[in-house]
Design a protein around this ligand. Structure first.
Ligand SMILES: Cc1ncc(COP(=O)(O)O)c(C=O)c1O
Length: 392
């Protein structure tokens, strides 16, 4: 059957192979503990669900939504930016609703990348930045995220021809998969670099509300000049345990928002209104649910970090995000170690190489599994010794 060439280019989705192996184990009656995908196990807070219950019976909400989102939702996003980051985006021109950040990221590629264009993409990184680029006919120039640079792209290391060719740069802090955070100093360098090379900056900020030890991640848009060059993608998925409801927002430069809107209005019909109302409740609601949820993840983070250190892995506790990123011993590939953990301990972790070449040498563990499962999973880890120098 004929398929478009762009489909052939896409590597197999990271979690598909793992899901298959998991299903095989399950068929043999083996319970697998899954530290793989980052999908909150903690339910959406009750007041948000109550809002959906009420909004779902209101007939106007059964109709097509406007692509740009309800004025009330866009206002709630703008107000939240004000409270959280001290910014005041215009809800009419600088805010757009998204069917989750993933949708906005994918459509941004069609809005800003032409065939043959170069896009600067972090490696390791969330796969949608590269796949979106390829779908739009663009080429990725990979920016390595290295431990010695705090997992931030070294902008001085981007070759000047690549910088001159590039039209778009993707960034993501707090970062998936490394758990790293970026500060305003770094973002100031990004704005200078973007202005000097005429590059648009697309910042995926979907983990700003998942943070530990009192850390408060910043918004790229807080950087002077950022509104001239960029967009920021937010998600309610991780902030309010709402992955299944599909809701996010894009905030930033009005002309760029308009360009994204051209693609969106032609390809999707927006977020169901009742779901946007859940978003209004979430964004305007008290922050205690976010704080309580972060306390749960922080406790899990500490347990995972300790367990990994006990079996000899090198790991720094992340300040934010849902992930622990651990260095594996020399002599193993991350795929091999992942396979061994699944075969020998019935535990799923994600190989760093699944996020790009520079993810090799690391594994990622997600904190989104219920406490009881997590404790059992960590017990299985405790009784494991990494055999010396397995075949790579
Ligand atoms: C870095 C990053 N961006 C975006 C998303 C997708 O967010 P959403 O659920 O809002 O589509 C994820 C989900 O795991 C992610 O890790």
């Amino acid at each position: 059957m004929r398929r478009a060439r762009r489909i052939e280019r896409v590597p197999p989705y990271l979690f598909v192979g793992i899901s298959r192996k998991k299903a095989e184990k399950k068929a043999q009656g083996i319970e697998v503990i899954d530290f793989g995908i980052g999908d909150p196990d903690i339910p959406t807070p009750a007041p948000i669900i109550d809002t959906l219950r009420e909004a779902s019976v209101d007939a106007p909400n059964h109709r097509y939504p406007e692509t740009e989102g309800l004025p009330g939702f866009r206002q709630a996003v703008a107000d939240w930016y004000g409270r959280r980051f001290g910014l005041s985006p215009d809800p009419d021109t600088e805010v757009l609703s998204l069917i989750g950040a993933k949708e906005g990221i994918g459509h941004a590629a069609l809005s800003f990348v032409d065939p043959g264009d170069t896009v600067l993409v972090p490696d390791p990184g969330y796969p949608v930045y590269s796949v979106g680029t390829w779908f739009a006919g663009g080429e990725c120039h990979w920016m390595p995220l290295l431990e010695e640079n705090g997992w931030l792209p070294d902008l001085d290391a981007v070759p000047s021809e690549a910088a001159a060719r590039a039209g778009v740069m993707w960034l993501n802090y707090p970062n998936n998969p490394t758990g790293a955070v970026a500060g305003l100093d770094y973002f100031a360098e990004v704005v200078d670099f973007a202005k000097a090379n005429d590059i648009l900056v697309m910042h995926d900020a979907c983990y700003t509300e998942v943070a530990y030890d009192g850390h408060r991640p910043v918004s790229f848009l807080q950087t002077p000049g950022a509104m001239d060059v960029g967009l920021e993608f937010h998600s309610l998925s991780k902030s309010y345990n709402m992955t299944g409801w599909r809701l996010g927002a894009c905030v930033g430069n009005a002309e760029l928002i308009e360009a994204l809107m051209v693609v969106k209005s032609n390809l999707d019909s927006g977020v169901p209104q009742a779901i946007q109302m859940m978003g209004i409740e979430a964004l305007n609601g008290p922050v205690y649910s976010v704080d309580e949820r972060n306390a749960v993840y922080q406790r899990r983070r500490d347990l995972v970090v300790d367990a990994l250190r006990r079996i000899g892995l090198r790991v720094d506790p992340p300040k934010a995000s849902l992930y622990v990123w651990a260095r594996i011993p020399e002599g193993y590939s991350s795929a091999k170690l992942t396979e061994m953990l699944l075969e020998e301990r019935d535990i799923v972790v994600t190989p760093g190489s699944g996020y790009g070449r520079y993810g090799e040498g690391y594994i990622r563990l997600s904190l989104t599994i219920p406490d009881r499962d997590m404790e059992r999973g960590l017990e299985r880890l405790d009784s494991w010794t990494i055999p010396s120098r397995a075949a790579v």
